[in-house]
Design a binder for this molecule. Structure first.
Ligand code: GDP
Ligand code: MG
Length: 370
């Protein structure tokens, strides 16, 4: 269905039109420069000239860029990824900070924590939990809208002295829609006016049945301020994680999701990613959204340079060609040519989408002939 003129193709191949016409004649396809040839003929011609067709269709270019299934026996347990949601002022930020304080490794690292959009705590037991440090349902729904649900468990924070508020209900609905299990943290239990049972009862009206009410949703009374109930909360997160049987193959080319990205004056484009599977290492070549790159350095949530990051580990990546978007997929590929090819293709598709509603055409397909 798609066609290209000989002239146009010659242009894209940086060859003389007359040479193409001659070759086509030899191939048994007598045409003039302004005539069109079909896709098969064009491909044949390109090959005849010793060029490589970099892509024939969307899937052809994207093939091999992550996505392949893992063999069951290669899967190993991975830490859960948790998002905290709830109404404004109910204590999301305070709870994230308090949980961060439970990290036994942070102390050893000198306690220098930096905000990279996600962090991982190592509990006394050695168990690990990753938290997305982007509280609120906006980040969650935005990621979900982009097909990047990386959250395994949602913790809904409700202030015990307040009750279910519009954003609490929104958070409950978003969590349910995403099919992600929730744990309710009834916060501010240090406040005299707090009433956990009132919250449990109110939750019933929104079809959230906590265990005390005969349901299956775990709840826990906490105080982010006084740091009480935190062990119970992390225990419940780990219990929920166990039920989910979270596993990933660490021994493959890494795939990760961008949590946040920015342009740093000194370091250039930076992206905080959360590794979903495989292990990301310095020197790895990757594509991320319409950008590509080579891992120059990896910085963890404690501000330390690390050589690698495995499944569920959040890490800041240096060495990108540009700033990707939150929710973008990062996939390690075999070499730089491949990374550039995929990134270029994606840029063209993005441009095509912006300028017309039509999908990438033969014209854009042949623009990357080398
Ligand atoms: P967010 O908007 O959900 O992120 O809520 P914040 O973490 O910013 O907390 C809002 C206010 O509630 C702040 O003044 C906190 O100090 C306070 N707060 C948070 N957690 C607790 C708690 O457990 N007990 C008490 N008494 N105050 C809390
Ligand atoms: Mg906050």
């Amino acid at each position: 269905p798609e066609a290209i003129t000989v002239q146009e193709l010659a242009n894209r191949m940086a060859e003389r039109t007359s040479d193409l016409v001659k070759t086509l004649f030899k191939m048994g396809t007598p045409v003039t420069a302004t005539q069109t040839i079909d896709q098969d003929t064009a491909e044949l011609l390109v090959t005849e000239f010793g060029h490589i067709i970099k892509r024939v269709s969307d899937s052809d270019v994207e093939i091999g860029v992550g996505g392949e299934a893992d063999v069951d026996t290669d899967l190993q347990p991975r830490p859960p990824v948790v998002t905290i949601m709830g109404h404004v002022d109910h204590g999301k930020t305070s709870l994230l900070d308090a949980l961060r304080g439970t990290d036994v490794v942070a102390g050893e690292a000198g306690g220098i924590t930096q905000h990279i959009g996600a962090y991982q705590v190592t509990l006394k037991s050695g168990a690990k939990i990753s938290f997305l440090d982007t509280p609120g349902h906006e980040a969650f729904t935005e990621m979900r809208a982009r097909g990047a649900t990386i959250t395994d468990i949602v913790v809904i924070v409700v202030a015990g002295d307040d009750g279910l508020m519009p954003q609490t209900i929104e958070a409950i609905n978003h969590t349910k829609a995403a099919g992600v299990p929730m744990i309710v943290a009834i916060n501010k239990m240090d406040k005299p006016g707090s009433d956990a049972n009132k919250i449990r009862t109110a939750l019933l009206q929104h079809d959230v049945q906590v265990e005390a009410m005969g349901g299956e949703v775990q709840d826990v009374e906490v105080s982010a301020l006084k740091k009480t109930g935190l062990d119970e909360l992390t225990d419940k997160i780990l219990l929920q994680a166990e039920l989910l049987e979270l596993r990933a193959n660490p021994d493959r080319m890494a795939e990760a999701t961008v949590v946040e990205a920015k342009l740093d004056k000194g370091k250039g484009p930076l992206a905080t990613v959360l590794v979903r599977r495989g292990t990301l290492r310095t020197g790895d070549i990757f594509v991320v959204g319409t950008e590509s790159g080579k891992v120059r350095a990896l910085v963890n949530d404690k501000g330390q340079q690390v050589k690698e990051a495995g499944p569920s580990v959040p890490v800041e990546v240096l060495g990108l060609t540009g700033v990707p978007m939150a929710g973008d997929n990062l996939a390690v590929v075999e070499n730089e040519a491949r990374a550039r090819e995929v990134a270029l293709y994606r840029q063209q598709v993005a441009t095509a989408k912006r300028t017309t509603s039509a999908p990438a055409s033969l014209e854009s397909m042949f623009s990357a002939i080398s």
